[in-house]
Design a protein. Structure first.
Length: 432
């Protein structure tokens, strides 16, 4: 087997890997990069609107033979999860290539396409792969394992051919709500030493941040909501199902109404059964708010089925302003103008995303608006990626013959813990 990391060998995000055995070629993820060559964060919205020609001119398209153009296309694309740094370039790939992913990943991509200018996984390309299901693709067999990360439907993949085995982790963490998921991989590979482990190393190069479990963070969120004197704004990705669960629980414990925006309501509709999450819009503990920007789009272009699913639970801004202390409201930057300069006094905004995003200029407007009403922003977050010590723990437990870091700015840091590390270079093949 040959493994080539076309992007991601020395950066966080933008994963794109090829595994080849005989005439069979499989691509693992087709991600949009998160950072430029100077380490500055890309504007993902701008990249998402570029044509393939513009992306090629800017060095964004990895040079994988046949993946985006030309003959000899790969036999399959496997998606680990729906974050854009793993699926963001899928729309530009050769449309005849089948795409394997979990049902959850397909649903997350659908929600992102409807409400976040992202891309849907088209039905004609989608091949559902189920947990622990063995799929034969040419000369290779692939087994998918559920993994805990900060989005629904994540998989790690075991790829086997000619007596060789490669385990690709995708993105994972050990401090989430589902520790049994990484433990089941360790158990499944007990006594079967993989020839290579391609393992994410985000927190070799990034500080661990708030080093708490997702359960402990939920307790912190509950405490903040209970202590808040008036409106609580919850700023987070609705595709982060564990965080969504935490804010719903906090609203319930504080006897407040959980106010979803239309995007969050659609995510709840898609995944609440699979994720075993009680949908507050069905239990009477939730309402749906339609932001002004969405209302404008509906007026101009008409509505869609996603908007209408929870329309009977709609709440207006006037209702929220009338009793702000009774609500926990999902908030995104585009909604700041909806308050028309009248954010309720002492509003608390719980910012629950990587702190780096909050340094961008548009958050200064939010801070200014809250300052004017004696409100505040509080950062409540824990990483969706394995803490540095957990990376070491998981890697030791797998005990692969070769460790190949990916999704890390400091892959050399693995050598501080292991002797069998292969540092790859984008575009160079590694014999397994």
């Amino acid at each position: 087997m040959q493994l080539t990391i076309f992007r991601g060998s020395k950066e966080v995000g933008g994963n794109c890997i090829e595994v080849q055995s005989g005439k069979t070629r499989i691509i693992l993820d087709v991600g949009m990069p998160l950072f430029d060559e100077q380490g500055q964060a890309h504007d993902g919205f701008s990249l998402g609107r570029m044509t393939i020609a513009e992306l090629e001119a800017n060095g964004i398209i990895p040079k994988v033979p046949g993946l985006f153009s030309g003959d000899s296309s790969p036999d399959a694309i496997l998606l680990s999860h729906a974050h854009l740094d793993h699926v963001g370039l899928l729309r530009h790939t050769t449309p005849s290539i089948p795409v394997y992913a979990s049902k959850g990943t397909s649903k997350m991509m659908l929600a992102g396409s409807v409400y976040a200018n992202q891309q849907e996984l088209s039905r004609d390309r989608f091949r559902e792969i189920k947990p622990k299901q063995v799929v034969v693709i040419g000369d290779m067999t692939v087994t998918a394992f559920p993994i805990d990360h900060s989005i629904h439907g994540c998989f790690a993949y075991l790829i086997e051919a000619k007596g060789k085995r490669i385990l690709y982790t995708g993105d994972l963490r050990l401090h989430g709500k589902r520790p049994e998921e990484h433990n089941q991989i360790i158990k499944a590979l007990d006594g079967i030493r993989p020839d290579a482990l391609v393992v994410e190393g985000t927190h070799f190069g990034f500080d661990d941040g708030n080093n708490v479990t997702e359960d402990a963070l939920q307790n912190q969120i509950v405490d903040h909501v209970k202590a808040a004197p008036t409106l609580v704004l919850a700023s987070f990705s609705p595709q982060h199902i564990d965080r969504l669960r935490s804010f719903i629980s906090a609203a319930n414990e504080a006897k407040r109404t959980f106010v979803a925006d239309a995007y969050t309501a659609f995510v709840l509709h898609l995944i609440s059964f699979d994720a075993k999450l009680k949908n507050p819009l069905k239990t009477g503990n939730g309402r749906v708010y339609f932001p002004d920007t969405l209302k404008q789009k509906i007026n101009q272009r008409g509505t869609n089925r996603a908007n209408e699913i929870s329309r009977d639970t709609e709440i207006t801004m006037a209702e929220i302003r009338e009793s702000p202390e009774k609500h926990v409201m999902v908030f995104r930057l585009s909604m700041l103008g909806d308050f028309d300069g009248r954010i309720p006094s002492k509003t608390l905004c719980l910012y629950s995303t990587w702190h780096g995003y909050s340094q961008r200029p548009y958050w200064q407007e939010v801070q200014k608006s809250l300052d004017e009403v004696d409100g505040k922003i509080t950062h409540v977050h824990t990483s969706g990626h394995a803490h540095s010590s957990d990376i070491v723990e998981f890697t030791r437990a797998i005990d692969a013959k070769t460790i190949i870091p990916i999704h890390s700015f400091e892959p050399e840091a693995f050598k501080d813990h292991f002797d069998n590390v292969t540092i790859s270079t984008d575009g160079e093949a590694i014999e397994i």
